[in-house]
Design a protein around this ligand. Structure first.
Ligand code: NDP
Length: 489
């Protein structure tokens, strides 16, 4: 007897109302493998177009996204609950990155001459970057356009096909992006969508892709890496953060307070590189804290930011606040009752012990801890005392560059919040529990390509070393030459 299973589906909900906004297939491992097989063929065609052919088509896609931005923002708003202005901000940044990747792919990945060195001066040496093939992109829900496109755009510009698995909370955004790509590039399935829950993502890591680009929590990142290890599939992991902001005694305190409030509370704190901890020089601590509280008081959930997209995150935020208060911390704004059924009020915590969950673990909610430090050495030491290392921010008039260089994070913004995320030519990524590898910028293009080295002989070597016909005289000559060249010092 054969049992016929109806295809499994799941609903995408509006987190502000729980209304169902779409129903999507839970793709099985077989369906994911079939998508990857189709992608392999599409990848050959896409690679054969060359940089110019791809740039032209990526330009069509970029133009469609830019023209129909309000449509995309509406889907983002429905699935994440974020205000229209925030949805637009992430779409704008994603468009900038797509444009940069398409425009710069040839310059970054195209053939380049290299010096062959004295002994092999008869060779013409060059390197060029070839596409990997098929990239599996697994994305989160917090910036469902900007974050996955940080991998997708760069992978496509480098000549790869992509199979994209969006978060189960934002499949509609993923579908919109893939559908508009198919309108711009109707010839082959160069960018495909697979939907489902975590298991569909797990299937993608095992489906024979040439690289996995994962963005999500460190815990899931470890599972993805373990699964990818079975087939030696390389991974780039963009995981969470516990980003610090440092305020020096000479800082513009209004600007620093504004950046703290935006960095901590925008998108309901659901930003991987959002501000979660602040370390302030003792001389300006009281004034700075007063400014933050004053500005934070005017931030209104529902107007300035949306609900928590993932209901389970409410428990994490509540636990961090309760733990901080139980251990001697004080809430200058928000606190125990800040966590509602869907929304969380802005919460400013001070005097929180450095070893408490609110300081050590990623909260991913609209809360911030502020601590007083004796000097900026203490600020740097405390900022660096974290298992994460994604982003950081420094407010200082004199010492911005020096402090930025000392922070153990992938990127640092000086005197502005999160500025690095909008600059398409800068690489983005973390260290430690924040992951490894880079998206964005030239490094982001190279992440999805393999270097191909070519040495072309221009004329026979005057000193032939790689032949059995090599003479003792040649060996003696080379020995003397190298001793003369490198033997000094
Ligand atoms: P998760 O780790 O829960 O999920 C990320 C993605 O992985 C989702 O698409 C998820 O699918 C999928 N997934 C779940 N289980 C598996 C598995 N076993 N194998 C493969 N894929 C799987 O993260 P969130 O979606 O909650 O995203 C929030 C996290 O992302 C935060 O930690 C945040 O800091 C981080 N982040 C990092 C960024 C960066 O660039 N460094 C940028 C943005 C966010 P499903 O949703 O269907 O379960």
């Amino acid at each position: 007897m054969t049992t016929v299973h109806a295809p499994a589906t799941f609903d995408s909900l509006n987190p502000a109302t729980d209304a169902v906004v779409g129903t999507y297939a839970v793709h099985s491992a077989e369906q994911v493998e079939a998508a990857v097989a189709r992608a392999k063929e599409a990848a050959d065609w896409w690679a054969s177009l060359g940089f110019a052919g791809r740039a032209e088509r990526l330009g069509r896609w970029r133009a469609a996204i830019a023209r129909r931005m309000s449509e995309l923002c509406a889907v983002v708003g429905e699935e994440t609950g974020k205000p229209a202005g925030d949805a637009q901000l992430e779409v704008v940044l994603a468009i900038e990155h797509l444009a940069w990747a398409a425009k710069n792919a040839r310059k970054v990945l195209g053939p380049r001459r290299r010096m062959p060195g004295l002994l092999l001066s008869n060779q013409a040496a060059s390197v060029e970057y070839h596409p990997l093939g098929v990239i599996g992109v697994i994305g989160p829900w917090n910036y469902p356009v900007y974050t996955p496109l940080g991998s997708v755009s760069y992978a496509l510009a480098a000549g790869n096909a992509v199979v994209f698995k969006p978060s189960e909370y934002t499949p509609g955004v993923g579908k919109w992006l893939v559908d508009t790509f198919a309108e711009a590039v109707p010839e082959r399935p160069v960018l495909q969508l697979v939907t489902g829950l975590g298991e569909t993502g797990a299937a993608l890591t095992r489906a024979g892709v040439d690289k996995i680009a994962f963005t999500g929590s460190a815990a899931t990142g470890k599972k993805v890496m373990a699964a990818a290890a079975e087939t030696l599939t390389p991974v780039v992991i963009e995981a969470g953060g516990k980003d610090p902001l440092l305020v020096d005694e000479d800082a513009d305190l209004d600007a620093a307070a504004d950046a703290t409030v935006w960095g901590a509370f925008s998108n309901a704190g659901q930003t991987c590189a959002g501000v979660e901890r602040v370390y302030v020089h003792q001389r300006v601590y009281d004034e700075f804290v007063a400014k933050v509280v004053d500005k934070a008081r005017r931030v209104e959930p529902g107007r300035d930011y949306g609900p928590m997209t993932m209901p389970a995150q409410l428990d994490v935020v509540r636990r961090h606040i309760e733990d901080a208060l139980a251990r001697g911390g004080k809430a200058l704004l928000g606190g125990k009752d800040a966590v509602g059924a869907r929304f969380v009020e802005p919460t400013v915590l001070v005097d929180v012990p450095e070893d408490s969950a609110a300081v050590r673990e990623e909260t991913f909610g609209p809360t911030v801890t502020i601590a007083k430090v004796a000097d900026m050495d203490e600020a740097v030491a405390k900022a660096n005392d974290s298992t994460y290392g994604l982003g950081s921010t420094v407010f200082s008039k004199q010492r911005g560059m020096e402090l930025a260089r000392r922070l153990r994070t992938g990127q640092t913004a000086i005197n502005a919040p999160l500025s690095f995320a909008g600059i398409a030519s800068l690489p983005f990524g973390g260290l430690g529990d924040s992951g490894f590898g880079r998206i964005h910028g030239p490094e982001g293009l190279r992440e999805f390509a393999r270097p191909k080295a070519i040495a072309r002989q221009r004329f026979p070597a005057p000193i032939a070393l790689t032949t059995f016909a090599r003479s003792k005289t040649t060996e003696a000559l080379v020995g003397k030459l190298i001793a003369k060249l490198h033997g000094r010092g």
